[in-house]
Design a protein around this ligand. Structure first.
Ligand SMILES: [Zn+2]
Length: 392
């Protein structure tokens, strides 16, 4: 079954200029052609979707999110709730992600192997949701930030935990290397794992042909991560100029998660009754615009994610523009850069023949007005439409 989607503007995400009156041809779940309507012949019998006045672009890739949690405070506690409650909340969160234009999501740590279950149920069409790149259980020490039920202490436990995650189907490994803003566990100056423990996770990931992503907000954990070959550094919201220089030298990625810090429905709302978390939030916010500007200006490779917020990729992209990124760079951070960061750029991230037919339309032109990204029209994943589903 061939489908042609015609739109006022087609932005393929490769860095090329948008095409006026463009068309994308889809055969089954793949893209077969992209170009100007005058150059692409629509086969007879194809079904045609007309989106005049809309901006057609690759589906968004949320490079750092979670299935089962929302910013209600006590995120680790949410991962200790009965599994059926976590599944129900997760199904709602993933529907919301998809409806907001997210066709691929990298999942940054779940208990009970629930991310494997979601990946399979979404792939089989049982429930709607984005394609998933999953890490299964996060590697964190007994006293670390992000610890829900699982914990891994010492080189041997980190090694065994890594191997168990990989055999269960983890696409990559997630490790917590510093404290965070949303809990008071874990130091913001020292790293939460020793160099030997970090090294063993990187070694095991490498042995399995994958990589480690590490939660690092500030302090020595960032340096340790970069020095030991961690590939993606999550948050980095208070990285110093020296940290950024090291990240750049090591060619690691930074994944920015700004909504949880800056949006009024993030930590500000969820943890309003926790004075210690509020103090961490104020501290992080007081440095945010300076530090996030420094990241954008530093030349490090970056992508964006919404963390436990769902449906806010537009907010992440809007902030990037505020810190000095061009609109095109912000859109790329939400598409091809995120695909590269998550190592799925061979399948998704741009509108090119051979890739999955994952695409959205925006009501407006986000290359001129980035906030248009909050107005999503069509949502297609693997050639299937999802824009009729409810976001709630
Ligand atoms: Zn997270």
């Amino acid at each position: 079954m061939v489908v042609a989607i015609r739109a006022g503007l087609v932005w393929d995400g490769t860095g090329s200029e948008p095409i006026s009156n463009g068309v994308v041809l889809v055969d089954d779940d793949r893209i077969t052609a992209v170009g100007a309507a005058s150059d692409v012949e629509i086969p007879s019998g194809a079904s045609v979707i007309e989106r005049p006045g809309e901006f057609l672009m690759p589906g968004l890739i949320n490079a750092h999110t979670h299935i089962t949690i929302i910013p209600l405070g006590n995120q680790s506690g949410q991962k200790r709730r009965p599994i059926e409650r976590q599944a129900l909340r997760g199904a709602r969160n993933m529907r919301r992600e998809l409806r907001s234009g997210v066709t691929t999501a990298r999942i940054m740590g779940e208990e009970n192997w629930i991310d494997i279950t979601f990946r399979e149920e979404i792939e089989s069409g049982e429930i709607p949701g984005p394609r998933m790149v999953v890490s299964t259980r996060a590697l964190t020490p007994s006293n670390g930030h992000g610890r829900a039920t699982s914990a891994f202490d010492g080189v041997d436990e980190v090694r065994k935990g890594s191997r168990e995650n990989l055999i269960a189907g983890a696409d990559f490994l997630k490790m917590f290397l510093t404290g965070g803003v949303s809990s008071t566990r874990g130091s913001m100056t020292a790293a939460s794992y020793s160099r030997e423990e970090v090294r063993v996770a990187v070694e095991e990931a490498d042995r399995a042909g994958t990589y480690v992503a590490a939660h690092c907000v500030r302090g020595f954990g960032i340096r340790l991560a970069a020095e030991e070959g961690i590939r993606t550094i999550e948050h980095a919201s208070m990285a110093t100029d020296d940290d950024l220089a090291l990240i750049k030298e090591k060619d690691a990625w930074v994944v920015l998660t700004q909504a949880i810090l800056l949006h009024p429905t993030g930590i500000e709302q969820g943890d309003r009754n926790n004075p210690a978390v509020m103090a961490r939030l104020r501290d992080a916010r007081s440095q945010a615009s300076e530090r996030l500007r420094a990241i954008v200006a530093s030349g490090v490779r970056y992508a964006i994610g919404t963390d436990s917020m769902h449906g806010l990729m537009w907010f992440e992209a809007e902030r990037l523009v505020e810190w000095g990124a061009s609109n095109q760079e912000a859109l790329m951070a939400a598409t091809i850069r995120a695909a590269e960061c998550c190592r799925v750029e061979d399948r998704v991230g741009t509108l090119e023949p051979g890739k999955y037919a994952d695409m959205i339309t925006v009501l407006g032109n986000p290359l001129e007005e980035i906030s248009a990204l909050s107005r999503i029209g069509l949502v297609m994943k693997g050639g299937q439409r999802f824009d009729q589903i409810s976001a709630e």
